[in-house]
Design a protein around this ligand. Structure first.
Ligand code: 1CP
Length: 347
């Protein structure tokens, strides 16, 4: 029997509406916090296959999710390219910022697979111990989002330094994006080789760019990555999550060649249903709804399920689970998705 997530991404009618949540492993889970406390830094967790595999499986065990998403981070790619990354407790990631063309020239793609070998080992271990109905999702950050952290040197709301660099040093920034595009495709293919059955590209900061910049730095690289993955492994669906792109979601859905499109919380589902045909949609429950009253939360789940009835759909959030989320709220969401009528998936 086909796994529900794979069926939905192929445009087939699954036995049930598949559900998984972005950031389903992480700080809101007591079993994650316990493991995290007894280990070194966050990146050490990502590079320690038995711990990373255990964390990947925690939400699958607890909730019976339809997918496990590899426990890692988008910033392991810059780390593997020689741009050192650290996670500062309570502050988030810090990177040695890329400030000029020379710094782009110093990046070393040759060492990528060697440094990321523990991540591939994690994928192998998870693949070997998944329940039969659960699919394994590999992932990477999209080139723009990863480059934005590399230039900024840390998280940001607006990524002004990265946007300035892209305009002021266009050739150098294009080289950085091109390098990340090829490295990201290589990285996703290596995850697939290790056992990932689906891959997702996170372009979390696509929404800070105006249209011409978004076409060049988000749409084009994502299209190239999807094409490379599809050419090498046509049986593996690709989901792209271009967060915050508004009406441009229609261009991404039409032009990427991806099987799944992740919708952020702001997307109107009636609009998406009309304008984003021919692709499986994923999303878009507001993570903040999980912090609110239970009856309103479950009504939101039913509203989303109803709006997506009869078309290929994967239930998810519109962004990641927040650390302050009650694990019981996640259980309630999964239970409510399971109770949605199966006709919801019939075309
Ligand atoms: O302190 C801790 O325990 C670390 C918290 C944490 C976790 C659990 C970070 C640091 N990353 C992760 C895991 C992670 N990150 C996953 C695992 C799989 C899952 O369960 O979904 C994934 C897919 C990511 C992806 C990721 N990392 C994104 C894209 C998705 C998104 O949320 O927009 C981004 C932007 C990051 C960067 C990052 N890593 C961690 C933090 C706190 C951040 C955000 C930094 C910032 O912008 O300030």
């Amino acid at each position: 029997l086909t796994k529900p997530l794979l069926a939905a991404l192929r445009g087939e009618t699954p036995a049930r509406i598949p559900v998984w949540l972005m950031r389903q492993a992480g700080r809101y889970l007591p079993e994650y916090r316990a493991l995290r406390a007894s280990s070194g830094g966050f990146l050490d967790l990502c590079y320690t296959p038995d711990l990373a595999a255990e964390i990947t499986l925690q939400p699958v065990r607890r909730y019976g999710m339809d997918a496990a998403i590899l426990f890692s981070d988008i910033l392991v790619v810059p780390d593997a390219l020689g741009c050192e990354v650290t996670f500062v407790e309570g502050l988030g990631p810090r990177l040695a910022p890329i400030g000029n063309a020379a710094a782009v020239g110093r990046l070393a793609p040759a060492g990528l697979h060697e440094r990321l070998a523990p991540v591939y080992e994690t994928v192998r271990r998870v693949a070997a111990s998944l329940p039969p109905q659960t699919a394994l999702i590999g992932f990477a950050g999209a080139p723009w989002t990863v480059a934005a952290y590399m230039v900024e040197g840390e998280g940001s709301k607006e990524f002004v330094q990265a946007r300035r660099f892209a305009r002021a040093e266009r050739g150098a920034f294009a080289r950085l994006i091109d390098l990340l595009t090829e490295a990201t495709a290589d990285y996703l293919l290596a995850q697939i080789h290790a056992g990932a059955e689906v891959v997702q590209l996170f372009d979390s900061w696509a929404g800070v760019l105006p249209e011409p910049e978004r076409e060049r730095w988000c749409l084009e690289p994502a299209r190239r990555i999807v094409a490379r993955v599809r050419a090498a492994r046509p049986e593996v669906p690709v989901i792209v999550f271009p967060r915050g792109v508004g009406a441009a979601y229609a261009r991404f859905a039409a032009l990427l060649g991806a099987q799944g499109i992740g919708l952020d919380t702001t997307v109107c589902l009636e609009w998406a249903r009309r304008e984003l045909a021919g692709v499986c949609l994923q999303g878009n429950l507001d993570p903040v709804a999980l912090l609110g009253p239970r009856d309103a939360l479950l009504a939101e789940v039913r509203r989303i399920g109803g709006a997506m009835a009869g078309r290929p759909f994967v239930f998810n959030l519109g962004h990641g689970v927040l650390p302050e989320t009650d694990p019981e709220a996640v259980a309630a969401v999964v239970e409510e998705v399971r109770a949605l009528p199966v006709e919801a998936m019939r075309r």
